[in-house]
Design a protein around this ligand. Structure first.
Ligand SMILES: [Zn+2]
Length: 260
């Protein structure tokens, strides 16, 4: 008990001290304290991808794969985050879903891909996921889930920062996989929607595609008990449409489209 209190107390001091030192993130326009480095994040992502590859069937449809990669790559050029390479994969599963893992890998299910009527809608889905990457929501989710034990050990001087990096590298795939499908908070979803609109607009797509996607998701999830990850926002889907309608003119007046 005493040890736990000491960790909480020390963590408070550590995080308060680091808040001012945080790195500015142009995606969120805030200073942030991220203690999982980009190489560590990429290593975690690789481990997760290997587990996903064992568990899921990846599509072999070259048309689908190339379409997702073509639209995705156009969007990544615009992303506020450029310190790693993005990758896009199509999972062969009849579900309205898409998700991101640490290290910039983005996955979309064939079930969702088939429902998207044009590249503007596909761009909206992929740009939303790229938004989670750029805002570092993905890595923050991992930090929040893993942080207590990891930082606690550093604070108590049991491992030091070098040992900490080693600990991150040694986290089991089971633990990492569990966090993949945990949901983001409502605030993060709105932020990813806004960034998704920004990136798709700047890459030359019609940002109204985002609203069309919400309509597809809403229709597809009606009466379904099993709500997929991309839809965790389901209870506030209408709020997301309302917000997106505000973001679109805001983004259009703030930024200029570079590659129509
Ligand atoms: Zn999301």
């Amino acid at each position: 008990m005493k040890r736990q209190l000491l960790i909480i107390y020390s963590l408070g001091i550590l995080l308060t001290g680091c808040a001012g030192l945080g790195t500015y993130n142009p995606a969120t326009e805030r200073n942030e304290f991220i203690f999982i480095s980009t190489p560590e994040e990429i290593a975690m992502g690789r481990q997760i991808h290997n587990s996903l590859a064992k568990e899921y069937e990846f599509s072999k449809n070259q048309n689908d794969i190339q379409r997702v990669q073509r639209v995705g790559e156009k969007l990544t050029l615009i992303s506020d985050r450029q310190d790693y390479q993005y990758s896009f994969y199509v999972i062969d599963k009849d579900e309205l879903n898409a998700f991101t893992v640490p290290g910039g890998s983005i996955y979309i299910y064939t079930g969702l891909l088939e429902k998207l009527e044009n590249d503007d809608e596909l761009a909206a889905v992929l740009a939303h996921e790229i938004g989670h990457c750029a805002a570092r929501h993905t890595v923050k989710k991992y930090q929040a889930a893993l942080g207590y034990d990891l930082i606690g050990n550093v604070v108590l001087n049991q491992v030091g920062w070098g040992g900490y990096a080693k600990q991150v590298a040694n986290i089991s795939s089971d633990v990492l996989m569990k966090i993949v499908f945990s949901s983001y908070g409502r605030k993060d979803e709105f932020e990813a929607d806004r960034l998704g609109i920004k990136y798709s607009y700047l890459a030359g797509y019609d940002p109204e595609g985002m609203i069309e996607v919400f309509k597809i998701l809403k229709k597809g999830s009606a009466g379904s008990a099993d709500v997929p990850l991309f839809l965790r926002s389901h209870p506030y889907n209408d709020d997301r449409i309302t917000q997106a309608r505000k973001y679109i003119p805001e983004i259009k007046s703030k930024y200029s489209q570079v590659s129509p």
